[in-house]
Design a protein around this ligand. Structure first.
Ligand SMILES: Nc1ncnc2c1ncn2[C@@H]1O[C@H](COP(=O)(O)OP(=O)(O)OP(=O)(O)O)[C@@H](O)[C@H]1O
Length: 992
């Protein structure tokens, strides 16, 4: 519920409070102050309570959160208001009016607005735009130096009102601006209350100027050395040690800012000259010499310094300070001052120099940022003006300040009501009239045709006859006798709180203020003798001279008295109000939580007082009258459409208004009673309805989150799946490519293989892709066979069989150690060499009824029998039988077994010359023979090639089973060519 309550559960908009009274508002402000969330809304008005501590809520990350957001969407913040006024958002002229008492945070608020506007304005990096943006941000440093001072209430109090217009071009880029200053508190130059300081600029100059500059200005680095900077609080007044300030550093910042803004060196120098001249001027004292004033002894050097710094003649300065030129009936005479009057004149001169210097600085800044109207698309004004002021003694300045606040409050009520009324008319909603405090009678009392300022003007011009403060009070008393907002002791003798003869009281909207009439006429006249004007117009410093153009008149010309200060102030206020009224206003109402700048202390009474005089409760009531909240239909839908199935996720109801009606109906929100449907906005009467919507939204949002999560997960899975599929396709294509490449490379390598002398045996095959390893093995086999074919085809046909047989046992013998196994002649049968054996076999053939089968192998030797004896035997193998014959008994058949049941595997020794062979027979004794005729390798080949006995063992120790006993057969070379067996422990050795 970002829009309605803060994370700590506080109402974000005071109109949403159930109970609208001062206590509830103060209570919310207290909680906001304590929780470090200083902003609250009343509709579009931001109420700000000074946190008096640095909060981490002004960074660029936070700025980004507020971009392109409606005010109510995020937590209350000045950024939200700045976003509303920013040209990107509305493109209309607007103004931000910041009010509140001294120290409530107005200047800080204006800086926050500026920071936001600068950050979000279109980021065009043209040098000119950068320059203007830079100047607008840097002006603060300069204006704060010359216009701010430490007061009892604020260490950095603005002692002038400031209105800054920032112009934006059609792209929303700041391209210029204009600053207006109001009522600089120039009296501060010559006097101030205990513990307060003069304007920062004086201390910054004394602390920050380098020795060379100080010497050129004839200054000492000493605050106590000058009447106008000397204070009663020596610790606080030490150079560079003002609380909360670093004068030395700030001097550099100000100098740099002036240079960046475009002040020329001679202008900056003139500014330091004028500041120094003021300091020296304050040290010039007078005494009465007869009936006229004379410079006090010892002060001539100060006077000389003043003259030098102002670049005028020293005698002329002396004359201007001690006398006055009067033109009467064409004669020009010099009227001498008394010492008192001269001192008065000196202070007036110092104030005037500073005031004109300040105006010069503001004018200079303006000249650097002014922009032609035709290049301006919209203007945003920021007004940071002194708040309502009630001091121990309230004088003319307080009257002006409080009058300005009356005007602004009147404007506020008018504009808020007017805006609301206009909105109701525009939206076609019936209008409810609201009673509110009307400040107009008080404004009239001050500024009316026969109001206080008009009477002051008369008094200042001598029009009232008695141009004394007492006389003025008498006139005011009689003029406003019947005015219920004015009172004095004369008009209400029973009111003992008012002092007779010099106090009057005005009932301001913010509370009663008692003013002292003393000094009113002088301050109102604000007289600077023409002699001073002429003196400084004559300065050889062009910048100084340019500040005093009205000193150009000849002495003989009788100058028309300028309007009184009050009248000028009234005019500038009226102009300001006119300017503000022409723009869409936005308000920041600043509140000061305590008097001691504490980040913890919340002074309930003080805050209640401010809440009252800022008219916040009234403001809430006005805003709430009729409808507490209004929201454009599209925005409303954006937030709440999820709570109604007809509107979620998108409606098809023709218009947003219709969709909102359906949504409200589904929530049983009653038309007219709870809400009203305007042309473009929904008007919600009370917080109850909004809370209902928000509560429903909170419930629904969980469903939406689950729904979104579900979809998002599905989307993620789809994305992953697609990626995987793509990956597989890539892999598949790559594999195919690798395969094709391998095969095509092979094909290229083997293309001319027939013509190669070695028929391609030297070709390297390369590592094949894994998937075709077995295929390539097969290819290799085919290739080998193809090669073999060539070898074989060159041999006579009858040898083919032998070669094939040799090839068949290749795997068993390669690397076996039985070199030369494939060589030699294979005779198949060795009978022919022995006629007796041959005869016996022929006889056998004829005798055997079922047929002996085709003779495959026949050989003689000795057979291992029990006790390791070698018995002469002949071995006959046909494709059907295995026969053992006794070669000592005319080849009598000893044993005859079908060949398939008999031999399971065959073993030979891995030594080339061995003639022994072991036929392993399943379930029977192994047949171990050492041949005298017959080749054991040939026998293994016949067994595998012709009788499918696959297993051929070629080893050095052959496990045997003879006479049902298992042992091992080893081989030893025979010395005499004849074979024999020898017992070796449990094992047997054949000597062959
Ligand atoms: N948003 C803020 N965050 C932190 N401190 C603040 C904030 N606003 C104001 N302050 C503190 O309060 C002091 C006074 O604020 P600021 O000068 O803006 O008051 P002001 O209303 O302009 O006073 P004046 O009318 O005297 O010029 C600041 O110097 C600063 O210490």
């Amino acid at each position: 519920m970002a829009g309605l309550v803060s994370p700590s559960g506080l109402s974000n908009d005071l109109t949403l409070l159930d109970k609208i009274d001062s206590e509830s508002v103060v209570d919310i402000l207290d909680k906001r102050f304590q929780t470090g969330s200083p902003y609250t809304y009343i509709g579009e008005v931001v109420v700000s309570i000074n946190p008096y501590r640095q909060l981490n809520i002004y960074g660029n990350d936070v700025i980004n959160e507020y971009r392109a957001r409606e005010m109510w969407e995020k937590q209350p913040h000045i950024f939200a208001l700045a976003e509303s006024v920013s040209p990107n958002n509305q493109g209309k002229n607007a103004c931000v009016i910041i009010t509140g008492e001294s120290g409530s945070g107005k200047t800080e608020a204006s800086k926050i607005v500026m920071k936001y506007l600068a950050a979000v304005s279109s980021q065009d990096d043209k040098a000119e735009i950068e320059r203007v943006r830079d100047i607008l941000l840097r002006t603060n440093v300069i204006l704060e130096s010359f216009g701010n001072a430490r007061t009892g209430r604020n260490d950095n109090s603005s002692r002038f009102g400031k209105y800054m217009d920032i112009s934006f071009d059609f792209k929303g880029t700041p391209n210029g601006g204009n600053i207006h200053s109001y009522l600089l508190e120039k009296s501060r130059v010559v006097q101030r209350s205990a513990g307060e300081r003069n304007f920062h600029s004086f201390y910054q100059l004394l602390a920050g100027a380098n020795d060379q500059l100080l010497t050129s200005l004839s200054l000492k680095r000493s605050i106590s050395g000058y009447r106008y900077t000397k204070g009663d609080d020596t610790q606080a007044m030490k150079v560079g040690s003002g609380p909360g300030t670093d004068d030395r550093k700030l001097f550099k910042d100000v100098e740099m800012a002036m240079k960046n803004v475009g002040f020329q060196d001679h202008e900056i120098k003139s500014i330091w000259r004028l500041m120094s001249a003021i300091l020296h001027l304050g040290n010039v004292n007078f005494h009465d010499d007869g009936d006229s004033a004379a410079i006090r002894e010892g002060n001539e050097s100060d006077l000389a310094r003043v003259a030098k710094l102002l670049d005028v003649d020293v005698e002329a300065v002396k004359d201007a300070l001690t006398s006055r030129t009067v033109s009467a009936g064409g004669d020009i005479i010099s009227a001498k001052h008394s010492a008192e009057k001269a001192e008065h004149g000196r202070d007036g001169f110092a104030k005037a120099i500073y005031e004109r210097l300040f105006s010069f600085i503001v004018g200079k800044i303006n000249s650097k940022i002014q922009v032609e109207k035709r290049h301006t698309d919209c203007v945003i004004g920021v007004l940071d003006i002194y708040g309502f002021e009630v001091l121990g003694i309230n004088s003319f300045e307080q009257l002006c300040i409080n009058y300005a606040n009356e005007m602004l409050q009147q404007l506020f009520i008018q504009l808020v009501l007017k805006q609301q009324q206009e909105e109701y008319i525009r939206e076609n909603i019936s209008w409810v009239d609201v009673k509110y405090h009307n400040n107009q009678p008080i404004c009239d009392l001050v500024e009316g045709r026969r109001g206080m300022l008009a009477l002051l003007e008369d008094a200042a011009g001598g029009g009232l006859g008695k141009a004394t403060d007492d006389g003025l009070l008498e006139t005011l008393d009689s003029q406003f006798k019947a005015n219920k907002f004015y009172t004095s002791r004369r008009n209400e003798p029973q009111d003992k709180t008012l002092e007779h003869g010099h106090q009057f009281r005005i009932r301001h909207y913010a509370g009663d203020v008692t003013y002292s009439i003393n000094g009113f006429i002088d301050k109102s006249k604000d007289l600077v003798f023409q002699d001073f004007k002429r003196l400084l117009f004559g300065s050889k410093q062009p910048a100084i001279s340019s500040m005093w153009k009205d000193g150009a008149q000849a002495k003989s010309i009788v100058t028309k008295r300028p309007p009184a200060a009050g009248t000028l102030f009234k005019q500038s206020m009226q102009e300001l109000i006119k300017n503000l009224s022409s723009k869409e206003p936005f308000y920041i109402r600043c509140i000061k939580p305590n008097e001691i700048k504490s980040p913890q202390r919340f002074d309930t009474n003080r805050v209640a007082h401010q809440v009252a005089y800022l008219g916040l409760v009234e403001n809430i009531r006005v805003r709430k009258a009729g409808f507490a909240v209004r929201q454009p239909y599209d925005r409303f839908l954006q937030r709440y459409k999820l709570i109604c199935k007809e509107t979620w996720p998108n409606h098809r109801l023709g218009s947003d208004k219709k969709a909102v009606e359906v949504l409200c109906k589904s929530m049983k929100i009653k038309k007219d009673e709870d809400v009203a449907y305007g042309n473009t906005k929904l008007f919600i009467r009370s917080a109850k309805t909004l809370n209902l919507l928000e509560a429903r939204r909170d419930v629904k949002i969980i469903d939406v989150i689950i729904f979104l999560q579900k979809h998002w997960r599905r989307t993620l899975a789809q994305i992953r799946f697609k990626k995987m599929r793509a990956l597989m396709t890539i892999i598949e294509y790559y594999r195919k490519y690798k395969l094709r490449k391998y095969i095509s490379d092979l094909e290229k390598k083997f293309r001319n293989v027939r013509q190669m002398p070695d028929k391609g045996k030297s070709i390297t095959w390369g590592a094949p892709p894994k998937s075709i390893l077995s295929t390539v093995d097969y290819f290799k086999l085919v290739f080998r066979r193809w090669c073999a074919h060539f070898v074989i085809s060159r041999l006579p046909k009858e040898e083919h069989e032998g070669v094939k047989m040799r090839a068949a046992i290749l795997d068993a013998y390669v690397g076996s150690g039985r070199q030369g196994w494939q060589g030699g002649e294979w005779k198949t049968d060795y009978i022919k060499t022995n006629p007796e054996f041959n005869m016996a076999v022929s006889t056998l053939r004829t005798k055997e009824k079922e047929g002996l089968g085709k003779l495959l192998f026949a050989a003689e030797g000795i057979k291992l029998s029990s006790k390791a004896k070698g018995t002469p035997r002949a071995l006959l193998i046909t494709d059907k039988f295995v026969l053992k014959m006794d070669s000592t008994k005319k080849y009598k058949v000893m044993d005859k077994k079908p060949v398939s049941e008999t031999i399971k595997s065959v073993s030979v020794f891995n030594e080339p010359s061995s003639k022994s062979v072991v036929l392993h027979c399943e379930g029977r004794n192994d047949l171990v023979m050492a041949f005298s005729t017959g080749n054991p390798v040939e026998l293994t080949a016949i067994l595998r090639y012709k009788l499918n006995v696959e297993k051929i063992n070629v080893q050095s120790r052959i496990p045997i089973t003879v006479e049902k006993k298992s042992s091992s057969l080893t081989r030893e070379a025979s010395i005499d060519q004849s074979a024999s067996f020898q017992k070796r422990g449990n094992d047997v050795s054949v000597l062959d």
